[in-house]
Ligand binder design. Structure first.
Ligand SMILES: [Zn+2]
Length: 260
């Protein structure tokens, strides 16, 4: 049985309906054709030039990313522009591109936040929109100790705003760029909030009330969704007896020894 881009699109739509994405977002099939046949799929956080090269080497016909290309209303596609060059090369290589962004952030099974919730073994987990709250199994835990635990679950630097000896029972997590969510997290009963990017004014506002913020990096707080999504899709395809391989991108976006 031949797998098409539409089949993969339909599965993502089942686990993270595209219509639930934020109005500013740009999700779904962004490049290619629903009828294209697929035998190899690469899952990544971003469609960077390195990820496109990786897909070419793997002979993948489809890339699924979290962050969409053409997020800000692309008006021209030029080879000497960063994004334009990526779009052109995907079209030239006949590689399809699907993005699952804020719709995936809401998924209690496949979001980056739920990946961190599981890695930190949080209990009594509840979700409100993009916020995932859970209790530490050996609560209370000091903020300094919790920072070490978060660091061990991530491949990014974790920065702590707040004192080491603050006592944490409930942690709220929202991966990516959502530092403004900390006030809602506090109202929901959390003593600490982990997100990808923390702006100075929010850090000051939070620690002024004894709250603790962790900045886990945008990549760091979302990277866990890549293997979650790849494994979920591979299991579904295996169950349906498709001879298709789903790859987890090995590229890290910021350089360094593990980057590509
Ligand atoms: Zn993100």
């Amino acid at each position: 049985m031949r797998l098409t881009v539409r089949d993969v699109y339909d599965w993502i739509n089942e686990i993270a309906p595209f219509e639930t994405a934020e109005s500013y977002d740009n999700v779904g099939l962004l490049i290619g054709s629903m009828g294209s046949e697929v035998s190899k799929i690469l899952v990544a956080l971003d469609a960077t030039p390195a990820v496109v090269d990786e897909a070419k080497k793997l002979k993948a016909e489809l890339i699924i990313t979290h962050h969409p290309l053409m997020f800000r209303g692309t008006k021209r596609i030029l080879d000497d522009d960063y994004e334009g060059a990526v779009i052109s090369s995907l079209i030239r290589e006949k590689i399809n591109l699907i993005a699952a962004h804020t719709n995936l952030d809401l998924s209690p099974e496949y979001s980056g936040s739920i990946g961190l919730v599981k890695a930190l073994h949080l209990e009594n987990v509840r979700q409100e929109g993009f916020l995932y709250l859970g209790e530490l199994p050996d609560a209370p835990v000091s903020a300094g100790e919790l920072r070490k635990r978060i660091s061990s679950c991530e491949k990014d630097l974790v920065y702590q705003f707040g004192t080491d000896d603050a006592q944490i029972t409930t942690l709220c997590i929202s991966g990516g760029a959502y530092d403004e969510g900390f006030e809602r997290a506090r109202a929901l009963g959390a003593q600490a909030y982990l997100t990808g990017e923390v702006r100075h004014h929010n850090a000051l506002a939070a620690i002024g009330t004894g709250f603790v913020l962790y900045q886990g990096g945008h990549y760091g707080t979302e990277a866990l969704l890549v293997p979650l999504l790849a494994q979920g899709l591979q299991s579904r395809l295996d169950m349906l007896k498709y001879d298709v391989t789903v790859f987890v991108s090995q590229c890290r976006p910021y350089g360094g020894s593990a980057s590509c």
